[in-house]
Design a protein around this ligand. Structure first.
Ligand code: GLA
Ligand code: ZN
Length: 668
């Protein structure tokens, strides 16, 4: 067992003759690689025909890994259909949003409701588990790959109706939830219900629906249908292997699937990080924290990242020297106990042949990328077990809610320009750059550990959440919410009360009107001495106990509150009624964090990211990540040892970070 951060990645030696494997392992040793994810796309090899299984190549891959002292994360390989299966049972192929039944091609191409798919996928998983459960190389199970996509076939339509029957029991309940009296939609037979797509409720694509309730339920159904595939494979694995942890690789902030519904069923969370081009460092950080939040703060695996470039985008920039190292330590800072790549050796053919790899087509070990990967491998060895199993002691929580995300972005009105991730990110970024550790949690999370709870664009309010938020404020905490929060119930029906619905008592306000404007309309918002800019949506707030903190500067509502604060119990409820620019959000968040003493020691250097992890032995690690191309000059806030260099620094002494540099300080 390796007592260090797991290091390695996706490895497809079945694409190569065995001489190449010798070379691979020689290079893996040089780079400190200990973990290989294998079998992700090997179904047509391990089952070349309906009644033929052939594990000879996979046997050799695992035996070789074991002989080299490496371990494998073994995939069930069920994310890409073998051609014979698609031919023999055409209904395993998906039907798309336009209603077209696809023929064989690509990957992530299976219908989640197809019994034939389910039967073959579970048969494969069972055989793999039976064969490899006790293999010395086996470290973890990796079911399928990046679950996603939607199917609208007749099998899915039937499965959807069945799902609805379970949920609503009666058609009256369903008609009430979906508000079907609108546009003469009252259903009198379950068979009348159609999946919402381009042939039925939608126009202008997946976000434009006549019935939000129907579309929301189809998103939920799709989450559950794919989860059902995962659970079926997990169950047969468990029949042969009761202990080895099981995961599937997620995609961070991936809108189509509500990962919170999956979380209880994973033994550990893992995800693939490919940040959008030009995303600020807080973007992948938010995704890391979301993934850590899936398992209540337990460490996760970074299952994939590119060592250099992606291939699927129109433009695929290189990671600059030092960027890979910084991104990897950032993942560790946020809770990763494994740092894996896609991919170990570049494919020679097909659409990913130009995707970055640890080993390129020429098989060299003297490329810049290989040297950086190997250098990082040495540093991870040096770090050893220092961060393994460590937890983030956050006092600030950000509520992330897929239902709110969906409801907001499929809504007709008030504005198609408000994007859930962008608003959440602005608040997350403000808190992180001010030095606060943040847990990103579901709406059902226990909120008692937190001083500050941020719930931006919490469009949908479900269950007892409003009461739990009130309890946070009552005991002295601060709760923040924003425009377009507290609007709808779990079925996307508007609350028949003043906006912001169940959040109104805590916020001490009432909103009757809102003004949605194009991107180029700017409202000045005065925040004390500071003037911020606001855009997109301007809610007109009537204080009902709250005091104004910021006011609009223009239009007929000039002088009315844009930001309010409401004393509630020992604490406060803050309402931000418009999309403030980042400096405005920073101002609000820093005011709140200051009240709770949560500004970090390096809050004056927002480009130096800080993150704390507390190891199981109680030692406190402070990660300092310099996201700029210039050195960062800090003054150490405490005596500490940098685990990467072994250097000690005293409190008040100068501490310099190289450009893109990282320090991992063990605080004394
Ligand atoms: C995803 C997949 C991999 C590979 C990479 C390429 O994360 O899981 O199989 O296609 O993207 O970036
Ligand atoms: Zn289907």
């Amino acid at each position: 067992m390796t007592h260090k951060i797991r290091y390695g990645g996706d490895y497809n030696p079945e694409q190569w003759p065995e001489e190449v494997w010798d070379e691979d392992h020689r290079l893996f040793t040089r780079a400190g690689i200990d973990t290989l994810t294998v079998g992700v796309f090997s179904w047509s090899l391990t089952q070349p025909a309906e009644d033929t299984y052939d594990f000879t190549v996979l046997d050799r891959i695992l035996d070789r890994a074991a002989a080299e002292g490496r371990q494998v994360c073994l995939a069930t390989g069920t994310a890409a259909l073998p051609p014979w299966l698609a031919k023999a049972h055409p209904e395993v192929n998906r039907t798309d949003f336009e209603g077209r039944r696809h023929r064989y091609g690509q990957r992530h191409n299976f219908c989640p409701s197809s019994p034939e798919y389910r039967r073959h996928a579970t048969a494969m998983a069972a055989r793999l588990a039976e064969r490899y459960a006790d293999h010395p190389a086996l470290l973890a199970w990796h079911i399928n790959n990046e679950y996603g996509g939607v199917c609208y076939c007749d099998l899915c339509a039937d499965a959807f109706r069945e799902w609805l029957r379970n949920k609503y029991v009666t058609l009256d309940a369903l008609n009430d939830a979906w508000w079907t009296t609108f546009w003469s939609h009252r259903f009198t037979d379950w068979a009348e219900i159609e999946p919402p797509n381009a042939l039925t409720e939608h126009w202008r694509g997946p976000d434009h629906t006549a019935f939000q309730g129907i579309t929301l339920d189809y998103f939920r159904f799709t989450t559950d249908a794919l989860l059902g595939c995962f659970l079926a494979e997990k169950e047969v694995i468990r029949a042969h292997d009761p202990d080895t942890p099981v995961t599937t690789n997620f995609m961070g902030m991936f809108r189509p699937l509500d990962y919170h519904r999956w979380a209880p069923h994973l033994d550990f969370a893992s995800w693939d990080s490919y940040p959008p081009l030009d995303a600020p460092p807080t973007w992948p950080a938010l995704a890391h924290d979301l993934m850590r939040g899936l398992k209540d703060g337990a460490p996760f695996w970074l299952m994939e990242q590119t060592p250099s470039t992606t291939a699927c985008r129109d433009v695929n920039p290189l990671r600059r020297p030092g960027e890979l190292r910084l991104a990897t330590f950032q993942a560790v800072a946020h809770g990763a106990d494994a740092a894996l790549y896609f991919q170990m050796r570049a494919s020679r053919g097909a659409c990913e042949k130009y995707h970055g790899a640890v080993i390129g087509h020429a098989g060299r070990d003297d490329t810049r990328v290989f040297r950086e990967v190997a250098g990082l491998g040495r540093e991870l060895e040096l770090l050893g077990d220092a961060s393994l199993g460590a937890r983030t002691p956050a006092r600030t929580a950000l509520i992330f809610d897929w239902d709110s995300w969906w409801a907001l972005e499929i809504s007709d009105g008030p504005s198609r320009l408000v994007k859930y991730q962008e608003v959440l990110h602005a608040y997350y970024r403000a808190a992180r750059e001010a030095g606060a550790d943040v847990d990103v949690v579901p709406h059902t999370a226990d909120l008692t550990p937190y001083d500050v709870v941020l719930a931006p664009v919490l469009h949908m309010v479900k269950g007892d959440l409003a009461a739990r938020l009130e309890a946070v404020a009552a005991r002295g905490g601060t709760v923040l919410t924003t425009f377009l929060s507290g609007r709808v119930d779990e079925h996307d029906r508007a609350f028949p009360t003043d906006v912001p619905g169940p959040l109104a008592p805590l916020m001490g306000i009432r909103v009757d009107e809102w003004d949605s404007r194009p991107q180029d309309v700017v409202q000045p918002v005065e925040l004390g001495e500071f003037e911020a800019e606001a855009r997109l949506l301007f809610e007109i707030v009537q204080p009902r106990g709250a005091e104004p903190v910021g006011t609009y500067g223009a239009d007929f509502y000039a002088g009315t509150p844009a930001v309010t604060r409401h004393a509630y119990g020992q604490g406060e409820g803050w309402y931000v009624a418009t999309a403030l620019d980042q400096p405005g959000v920073d101002w609000v968040i820093r005011s709140i964090l200051t009240r709770h003493g949560l500004l970090g020691p390096y809050a004056d250097q927002p480009a130096v990211e800080t993150a704390t992890r507390v190891a199981p032995d109680g030692s406190r690690l402070l990660f300092l990540l310099n996201h700029t191309a210039d050195p960062a000059h800090l003054t150490a806030h405490a005596a500490a040892t940098d685990l990467l260099t072994g250097k000690r620094v005293g409190e008040g002494e100068p501490l310099t970070l190289d450009p893109l540099g990282t320090a991992i300080l063990r605080i004394q």
